[in-house]
Every structure is written in structure tokens, then in C-alpha cells.
Ligand binder design. Sequence first.
Ligand code: SF4
Ligand code: SF4
Length: 251
Amino acid sequence: MNKKIFFRCSISCAEVCCTGATLLTYKDIMHVYKVFPITIGFWKYIPLARADNDFFGEVGLAVNDFFVIGEFIGGNWRQKRCNALGKDKRCMLQLEGIKPLQCSLIPFSAIFDESVQDRIIQYQRANVFKKCGGFLDNTSLIWQDGVFVDKIVRDNFYQYRNLIRAQRPFMMSVIKDVRRSSSYRDFLYGKHGIFEVPIFHEVFEEFLILTGIGMENKGDFINHQKRLLKNTTNKEDVFSDSLKIYETYES
Ligand code: SF4
Ligand code: SF4
């Protein structure tokens, strides 16, 4: 083996990766709920390595030959530009020291095992990250022969995986409530790549506790989410449903 991945992010092409939404862990949400409308997304994953099987079992739900794994979404992935991307292509959250952890990991994926990141990068380079300038670098060695050699990326990678583990009970509560809905079943057995839902009543309190926002800041969270949802130009169902839910709470 002599597989290597060199990568150094150059912000000149940030519009390639900083599109409408980013993935969030529950720890990010406290810092960014004034910037992004927050929803919950589920994806279907097929393991690439035996180690993926173990991890997917820890963080997701096994269904046939795939696993359903949930993550929080900040923003609207149908939009072209992230709310936090400044005109100078700098991340405003990075300047404030609150950039979501996932944004420090791209174009790698913390869902898949460290050993298969070369396959992830191959996929990324052929798809969304085709125009990513970070691969032009040939001095910053990040990953070699199945292991992250860059300490910061490695730390972020394992921190992200631990946070996904910790938020699994919440994601399972969500699935428990939606599992009989036709849209969830369409997602499971149809072609939909993503199943996205608002933070609905039944899981709202659990969400506030998990994220550390707490019942004491419930009103603040609702008011900011309402503002963001009213300003969103996209009338996707998940956003109008979110708004309807927040409007039922007294602020
Ligand atoms: S180098 Fe890649 S990851 Fe960095 S800003 Fe450009 S597109 Fe995004
Ligand atoms: S939060 Fe910052 S780094 Fe992440 S997608 Fe938005 S602008 Fe880019």
C-alpha cells in the first residue's frame, strides 16, 4: 500500500462546498440556531468496510442491507449559498470560532471508517467536490494507507463520530414517531435519498435538553427559528411545517 491524500482548503472556492446547508451535531446547535433553520435528516448508508457495519450499528438503525442514520441539518440544502458565507467567501462562523465541526472535516466523511476515506475522496472528487481547489495541494498530507496522519483532522473525525453516537437515542425517538408514516416508508423502500423532518412536538423537549438550549431558552430558540423560516425564500414542506409547529407555541 502507498495510498495518500493531500488536501489543503483554499477559501477561494468556498461556494463549491458552502452551499445551502451543513450537517450539525447536537453540540453545534446551541451556537448556530440564530443563523440556520434546523431540521432533522435521515440517510441510508451501505457499509464500505466491516468496521462500518459496527459503527453504523452503533449510530443508526439496521434495515435490510442498509442502515438509517440521522443527523441535524442547518440551513436549506436546496439553496446555493450557506447563510454563514460572507461576501468575501469567508465563513462568518469560523471568524466567531463557532464553525460547525462537519465543516472542518469536509471533504472527508466521519460516517465512514477512517480506512476507507480514499474511496470517499474518490467519490467526492467525481461529484460535488469536482471543482474543489484543496486537491491542488501536494504538500499537506492528511491521510495515508488507511489512517489520518493530520492530527487536527483526525481529532475532528473522532470527535464527530462520538457526537453522532451520543445523539443516537434522540434520532431513534424521532424514528419511533415517524416509522408508520407513508413518507418514511417511501424513503426506506423508494428512491428518496433523504428523509427530512421538522423538530416536531413529541421530540421538542428532548431536543432542547440534548442540545443544552434548555427549557429556559425555548422561547429564544422558537423566535429565531420563526424569523429564519419566515425569511426563507424556499417554500419546502419541511420549512412550512416547521413554522406551523413553532407558531403553536406561546413565545
Ligand atoms: S478548497 Fe474545497 S473545501 Fe476548501 S473552500 Fe474550496 S471547495 Fe471548499
Ligand atoms: S458554516 Fe461556514 S464553513 Fe460551513 S458551510 Fe456555512 S459558510 Fe461554509
